[in-house]
Design a protein around this ligand. Structure first.
Ligand SMILES: C[S@@+](CC[C@H](N)C(=O)[O-])C[C@H]1O[C@@H](n2cnc3c(N)ncnc32)[C@H](O)[C@@H]1O
Ligand code: SF4
Length: 381
């Protein structure tokens, strides 16, 4: 029997400054001052957790590694290399393993990418967000518009095989032309992967406070839908295909295998402060603060065992967002009838034994998922 793929996620909880829209588990140097935590105490604790993970998991080569944040590039290629070195020593990498790190354009350089290649990184994901200076200002991003494209080129020139650029669209003040120019800049950068997310105003962020005070309009859903269509049109015309609602790739090899592991019930161990893990139906998550994380022998904060019903809900939610679609065998009669209704509405398409979102369905993916799940709930078992 072949095992499901096994991934390791490593969370780097440091940022130079906090972008107004971001609610990720990340800290600036001034927020950590006096807590005793630093990139070096983090690295030591990450190595300790990797040793513990190896003891729990046993022998299992790693298929994918994803170092995310926060801002991994802020800690430098040497520490990122040390993390990968420990993963190699403890677990070993499977042949052809995908090894990604996220990076912020302003903390990268040709030397940084050369260091990543030397350490064995195969993929870099850069947060570009927009090519429009006024949009970057609303998002409170630090880099200049041209830097992300330049960084993507530097990464490829250094020998990083796969490069992604992240875009955020429908930021208040962004025009259709701003977005068009952003996508054109992404295409000029020659990357083989693009992620594009509609701006979410997360509770508790500086941006949410600005919206509440009336200083910034909330993003508009209709505008977001139009912008999504524009992104999809431009990327498709340039030869990229969607493989998840918010992700496009130039070829099957360019798809992010690590994220596909999350979406297809793979196993992964999340290392670092606040990281989440999933192994064979058990999910757990670590303490969030870097100082508590570094001080803990076992950083697990809590865990849950998913019920079969919860596992089903997640499977439907995640598989339906993929271009490979949802296997009809996963649905009961009521949900299949609902899927047939959604086909009539132009939201789903039947591809043999699978249901796949149409483009209109991609815009309403959450509603399609909810209707499928509610249809089963309404039917007495
Ligand atoms: C959390 S960041 C971490 C990587 C890196 N620090 C960066 O900013 O690119 C990963 C990506 O999540 C997306 N993101 C974060 N918060 C978001 C929000 N509130 N709405 C939409 N996208 C968001 C951004 O596109 C960002 O590139
Ligand atoms: S750089 Fe990335 S992780 Fe850091 S605050 Fe900004 S969006 Fe969040």
């Amino acid at each position: 029997m072949t095992r499901p793929p096994f991934g390791i996620y490593v969370h780097v909880p440091f940022c130079a400054s906090r972008c107004g829209y971001c609610d990720f588990n990340t800290y600036t140097a001034s927020e950590l001052a006096g807590s005793g935590s630093s990139p070096d105490t983090w690295l030591e604790a990450v190595r300790r957790e990797l040793v513990r993970a190896r003891e729990v998991v046993g022998e299992r080569p790693v298929d994918t590694v994803f170092v995310g944040g926060g801002t991994p590039s802020l800690i430098g290629a040497e520490r990122l290399g040390a993390v990968l070195g420990t993963i190699r020593d403890e677990f070993g990498l499977a042949p052809g393993a995908e090894v990604t790190t996220e990076s912020n354009p302003e903390s990268t350089s040709p030397e940084f990418f050369a260091g990543l290649v030397e350490a064995g990184y195969t993929r870099v994901s850069l947060g570009m967000q927009s090519a429009a200076p006024h949009v970057l200002r609303v998002l409170e991003r630090r880099h200049t518009p041209g830097r992300a494209v330049e960084a993507a080129r530097e990464a490829a020139a250094a020998g990083i095989g796969h490069v992604n650029l992240d875009l955020i669209y429908a930021t208040p003040g962004e025009t259709t032309d701003d977005l068009r120019r952003s996508v054109e800049a992404v295409l000029e950068a020659g990357v083989d992967h693009v992620s594009a997310y509609s701006l979410i105003v997360e509770d508790g962020t500086a941006m949410a406070r600005k919206v509440a005070r009336g200083e910034l309009p909330a993003p508009d859903d209709d505008v977001a839908a139009e912008r999504y269509e524009l992104i999809d049109d431009l990327l498709t015309a340039a030869g990229l295909h969607w493989y998840e609602v918010s992700n496009w790739a130039r070829s099957a090899e360019a798809e992010c295998r690590h994220n596909l592991g999350y979406w297809l019930d793979g196993d992964w161990w999340g290392i670092g402060p606040g990281a989440h893990s999933h192994l064979a139906g058990r999910r757990w998550w670590n303490v969030k603060h870097p100082a508590r994380y570094a001080a803990a022998d076992n950083p697990e904060a809590d865990h849950e065992i998913l019920t079969p019903q919860e596992q089903h809900t997640e499977r439907v939610m995640m598989r339906l967002r993929l271009a490979t679609g949802l296997d009809l065998a996963l649905l009961d009669d009521a949900a299949r009838a609902e899927a047939t209704r959604a086909v009539g509405e132009g939201l789903l398409e039947r591809h043999q034994d699978r249901m796949v979102l149409t483009r209109r369905g991609r815009l309403l993916a959450d509603r399609v998922v909810q209707d499928l799940l509610l249809a089963s709930d309404r039917t007495p078992a």
